[in-house]
Design a binder for this molecule. Structure first.
Ligand code: SF4
Length: 164
């Protein structure tokens, strides 16, 4: 499923695409259908059309990462080449260096029902944003890039968004 969303990535108008074949096993999974091999295969052409059809969108979000890292990274690089940010909602606790090198936003952490999604103050999940070169704020470094934890941005909204 594809949608244009404002909530999932702060300060971005985001094209969000659900990616099936989830390799997670979160207890209380909110989207069990995403663990199946369902839907249409995402291609560079589809990404290009989505970006063209959603003028003003400045971020492409992969809601899930599937089971083919090379394909995912290649699609993310393609989306980046169109001049927009790329974001990943992963259900894993960490991702490989290539992901930190590629994505501008990365959400980590399995979905744990009793802790809630990103907009819950008790959430175990975290959303990280890559800093640009001229930003001088507290951060950590992964794969040669600097990131900040922007999870708290969700706690002032009172939204009821779901999480991957
Ligand atoms: S990452 Fe999302 S879709 Fe995958 S098992 Fe966890 S809650 Fe379900």
């Amino acid at each position: 499923m594809t949608s244009v969303v404002m909530e999932e990535i702060p300060d971005r108008v985001t094209i969000a695409v659900e990616i099936s074949n989830c390799r997670g096993d979160c207890p209380g999974c909110h989207s069990p259908f995403l663990r199946e091999d369902v839907g249409e295969r995402l291609t560079p052409q589809i990404i290009s059309e989505l970006v063209k059809d959603n003028f003003g969108a400045d971020c492409f979000l992969f809601l899930g990462e599937g089971r083919d890292p090379e394909d995912l990274l290649s699609l993310a690089e393609y989306a980046k080449s169109l001049g927009i940010n790329v974001a990943l909602y992963s259900g894993r606790s960490d991702v490989e260096a290539e992901y930190w090198e590629t994505f501008d936003y990365i959400k980590l952490g399995p979905y744990i029902e009793e802790l809630g999604p990103l907009n819950s103050r008790t959430t175990n999940q975290r959303l990280y944003r890559a800093l640009s070169d001229n930003e001088d704020i507290p951060c950590f470094t992964r794969a040669g890039r600097r990131f900040e934890d922007i999870t708290e941005r969700f706690w002032h909204r009172g939204l009821d968004n779901s999480a991957q």
